[in-house]
Ligand binder design. Structure first.
Ligand code: WTA
Length: 655
C-alpha cells in the first residue's frame, strides 16, 4: 500500500485523454455528457433509473415505484416482474442475433466450445427442466461448485430461469469451506464436476463435495449433479448423484418458460469474507442487479455489438458473475470464458486467446498484470493484440507502474484503461472511467459511475479535505446494492451501516476501503481499512485464517496480517503461539500451512508462519496488528508501544 501511495502521488498530473476516435462512437462521448447524466441521476434517481430500466430490459410487468428507500433498506422497481435469464437469452433470439456467439470457451487442455445465443438458450432450458425434475423450486438454494466451463454459466442461468437462488462457491475452496457455505445457504442441490483442470493437474471437485457431504455434513442437500469434465473414475452414489449429461439428454430440446420474478426476489447469494471468522452471504436482488450490471457493462466498457468481451475472473467471484455472465449476456454480447491459469500452457497463453478470438475488450486484475510484467513483454509482443481496443482492471488498487506497463505493452498505447472499483456487495462497478469521456490517471479509479454518490469521509461522516485519507462511502442507494446478509440481517447493519452512523437523515454505506480525492475530485482507493486482506485479488478475512489455524491441535493463538507482495499485492503472514507440548519446526510449519489449505483452500495458504512465545497485546487483550504488520514487512515498529501489556514480547518477536 505504501508503494502505491508514493507512486500514485507522482502520477497525479499524468492525464490520458480518451482517444478521439473512440469518443466519437462511444456510448458516452464526453466529460460534459457524463456530467449531465450524473447530475440528472443524482437529482432525480427515480426518473433516471426508471427510464433506463424501461429502455434496457424486458419486463413481464412494469413496476409501480422505481425506488422505495427506507434507510438502510432499498427496494427497486417495486412490483415489477422480470427474469434475468430471459433478458440474457430469450430476447436475443431474434433472426439477427440468435446465431451470434454468446459464449466462447477455451478449456485449459486446448479444447474449445462456442455457444450461440440459440444454443446457450437451449442448454439452459434443458438444465432448468432437469433442476425442476430434481425437485428444485422457486426460492430454493442451489450450490454451484464448478470449474471454468460453460456448464457453470449454464447452471447459473438455469437457476435464475426457474427462480432458484444460486450460491456459487469458487472451485479453489476446500471441502470444509464448501460445507460451511452450503449449510449456511441450506442448499438443496449441488452442481459440480468430476474434476477441473488446473495447471495440467486435476482438481478433484466431486471428491471435495463427497467429503463436505460425508456423515450428514450438509443435511439439506438431496442431490449432487455431476458434469463430466476430466473423466477420471469418481465415487458415485446412485441414490444421491446424477450425471448432468443423462439429465440433459432426458430433457433434450425441451423449452422451459422463464419464471416471472419479482424485481426484489433474490437472484443469488455469494459468500464473501469479512472481519469475522464466518463469511457473509451477500444477497442480490433480481431487477436492480440485472439493470446495473447491464448498464455498467454497456457504458464503462463502451460495449458495442461487435465486441468480443473477455473478463478473466473466475465465475466463483462477483466479477465473474457480473462481467462474464450477466452483464455481457444481458447486452447480447459475446463473452469469453477461459479455464486455464494465466501462464499454464505457456507464458503467453492468454495472448494466444486474444489473438485467436480477436478479443476487443480485456478485463483482468492487477495481480495478473504484475505476473505478466514479470514473465516478460516478449510474450505479448509475439502475438497480434491489435484487436484490443479497451482494457480493464479490477480487484485491488493498480500501482501506476503496472498501469503504465498494461497501457504500453498490452494496449499498444491506444487502448484506454478502465480501473473499476467495486465489491461483491455493490454488484457492479461504482468508480470507473467511461472510456470515451473520462481522462484517466494511472492508479486512480477516477469518478463515480453516473448516479453513484461516493465520497471520502471521516468516522463522523464529514467529508475530508483534498488529498486527505478517509473512508470510502456511498451516500445514495443504487440498484445493485446488497439487500441483506443471508441468515444474518444484523450483520447487514453492523458491517455496512453502523460504522458511520447516519447524520441528519444522511446514511453512509461503509465500504471498508480507504481512499482520498485529488484536486480534480478523482478517487484514489488505497486498500482495506479493516481486517480483510487482498491476496492476488481475492478477499480474505484475517479472522477466517486465524480460526483455521487455531482449529489445529498445536496452536494456542494465531494472528494473521498481510505483507506487501510484488505480484500478489499482499500475502499472508501468520504469527502463531503453540501449546506446551509442541515445539516449532519446519514440519509443523508445513503442517499448519496444509491445515489452512484443508480448512479454507489454497488461496489462503500462509506465505510464512512465524512461531512466537506471545503476541503483542494491549492491556485489554487486543492484538496490536499494526506491530505485526510492520514486523512481517520487515519495517521498523514505529508509533506508540506504551499501551502494550508486555513490552518484552516485542523484543522476542524481533528475535
Ligand atoms: C478491492 C471485487 C482498488 C477493494 C470486484 C474492495 C479495488 C475489494 C478495486 C472488493 C480497484 C476492487 N481499486 N481496490 N479498482 N476493485 N478493489 O468483493 O478493497 O472480491 O473492497 O469484489 O477489492 O473485493 P470483491
Amino acid at each position: 500500500m505504501s508503494t502505491i501511495a508514493i507512486e500514485s502521488s507522482l502520477q497525479e498530473d499524468r492525464l490520458f485523454s480518451p482517444p478521439p476516435n473512440l469518443s466519437k462512437t462511444a456510448r458516452i462521448g464526453s466529460l460534459e455528457e457524463y456530467q449531465r447524466l450524473h447530475d440528472r441521476a443524482v437529482t432525480d434517481p427515480e426518473e433516471f433509473w426508471g427510464e433506463l430500466a424501461e429502455n434496457e430490459l424486458h419486463w413481464f410487468q412494469k413496476w409501480e415505484k422505481v425506488l422505495d428507500w427506507q434507510p438502510p433498506y432499498a427496494r427497486w422497481f417495486v412490483g415489477g416482474k422480470l427474469n434475468v435469464a430471459y433478458n440474457c437469452l430469450d430476447r436475443h433470439l431474434t433472426p439477427e442475433r440468435r446465431d451470434k456467439p454468446a459464449l466462447i470457451w477455451e478449456g485449459e487442455p486446448g479444447d474449445t466450445r462456442i455457444l450461440t445465443y440459440q444454443q446457450l438458450h437451449r442448454e439452459v432450458c434443458e438444465i432448468a427442466n432437469a433442476l425442476k425434475k430434481l425437485g428444485v423450486q422457486k426460492g430454493d438454494r442451489v450450490g454451484i461448485y464448478l470449474p471454468m466451463i460453460p456448464e457453470a454459466a449454464i447452471a447459473m442461468l438455469a437457476c435464475v430461469r426457474i427462480g432458484a437462488i444460486h450460491s456459487v462457491v469458487f472451485g479453489g475452496f476446500s471441502a470444509e469451506a464448501l460445507k460451511d457455505r452450503l449449510n449456511d445457504a441450506r442448499a438443496k442441490i449441488v452442481i459440480t464436476a468430476d474434476g477441473g483442470w488446473r495447471k495440467g493437474a486435476i482438481v478433484h471437485l466431486k471428491h471435495q463435495v463427497d467429503v463436505a457431504l460425508a456423515d450428514g455434513g450438509v443435511p439439506s442437500v438431496e442431490t449432487v449433479l455431476v458434469v463430466k469434465r476430466t473423466g477420471q473414475p469418481i465415487h458415485f452414489d446412485p441414490d444421491r448423484d446424477r450425471w448432468w449429461d443423462d439429465l440433459q439428454e432426458e430433457f433434450a430440446d425441451t423449452d422451459c418458460p422463464a419464471e416471472p420474478m419479482d424485481a426484489e426476489d433474490p437472484i443469488f447469494i455469494l459468500y464473501t469474507s469479512g472481519t469475522t471468522g464466518k463469511p457473509k452471504g451477500v444477497v442480490h436482488a433480481t431487477g436492480g442487479y440485472n439493470l446495473y450490471t447491464h448498464i455498467t457493462t454497456k457504458w464503462a466498457f463502451d460495449l458495442q455489438d461487435t465486441d468480443i468481451f473477455w473478463c478473466t475472473a473466475d465465475v466463483g467471484w462477483i466479477t465473474g458473475h457480473s462481467y462474464i455472465v450477466y452483464g455481457p449476456l444481458s447486452n447480447g454480447a459475446t463473452t469469453v470464458m477461459y479455464e486455464g491459469a494465466p501462464s499454464t500452457a505457456n507464458p503467453g497463453c492468454l495472448w494466444d486467446v486474444v489473438e485467436k478470438h480477436r478479443v476487443t475488450i480485456f478485463y483482468t486484475a492487477p495481480t495478473a498484470i504484475r505476473l505478466f510484467m514479470k514473465l516478460g513483454e516478449e510474450f505479448p509482443n509475439a502475438r497480434d493484440l491489435s484487436s484490443l481496443r479497451l482494457l480493464g482492471s479490477v480487484g485491488e488498487p493498480i500501482n501506476p507502474t503496472a498501469w503504465m506497463w498494461y497501457y504500453r505493452v498490452i494496449g499498444g498505447e491506444r487502448c484506454p484503461i478502465v480501473d473499476t472499483w467495486w465489491q461483491t456487495e455493490t454488484g457492479g462497478a461504482m468508480l470507473t472511467p467511461l472510456p470515451g469521456a473520462t481522462p484517466t490517471k494511472p492508479g486512480s479509479a477516477t469518478l463515480p459511475f453516473p448516479g453513484i454518490v461516493a465520497d471520502v469521509v471521516d468516522l463522523d461522516g464529514n467529508p475530508v479535505g483534498e488529498n486527505e485519507g478517509g473512508y470510502l462511502v456511498v451516500k445514495q442507494p443504487w440498484p445493485s446494492m446488497i439487500r441483506t446478509v443471508y441468515n444474518n440481517p444484523d450483520r447487514y447493519l453492523s458491517t455496512y451501516w453502523d460504522k458511520i452512523p447516519p447524520k441528519d437523515g444522511q446514511w453512509f454505506y461503509f465500504s471498508g476501503d480507504g481512499a482520498r480525492r485529488d484536486k480534480d475530485g478523482y478517487f484514489w482507493v488505497m486498500g482495506r481499512v479493516d481486517d480483510v486482506i487482498n491476496v492476488a485479488g481475492h478477499r480474505l478475512g484475517t479472522m477466517e485464517v486465524e480460526s483455521a489455524l487455531v482449529s489445529h491441535p498445536a496452536v494456542t493463538e494465531a494472528a494473521v496480517v498481510g505483507k506487501p507482495s510484488d505480484i500478489k499485492g499482499e500475502e499472508i503472514v501468520a504469527f502463531v503461539t503453540l501449546e506446551a507440548d509442541y515445539t516449532p519446526s519446519e514440519d509443523l510449519e508445513k503442517d499448519l500451512k496444509q491445515h489452512v489449505v484443508r480448512e479454507i483452500g489454497a488461496l489462503a495458504r500462509p506465505a510464512a508462519i512465524q512461531f512466537t512465545e506471545a503476541l503483542p497485546k494491549t492491556r485489554s487483550g487486543k492484538i496490536v496488528r499494526r506491530i505485526l504488520r510492520a514486523l512481517a514487512a520487515g519495517e521498523a515498529v514505529t508509533g506508540d508501544t506504551s499501551t502494550l501489556e508486555d513490552r518484552s514480547v516485542l523484543d522476542k518477536l524481533r528475535g
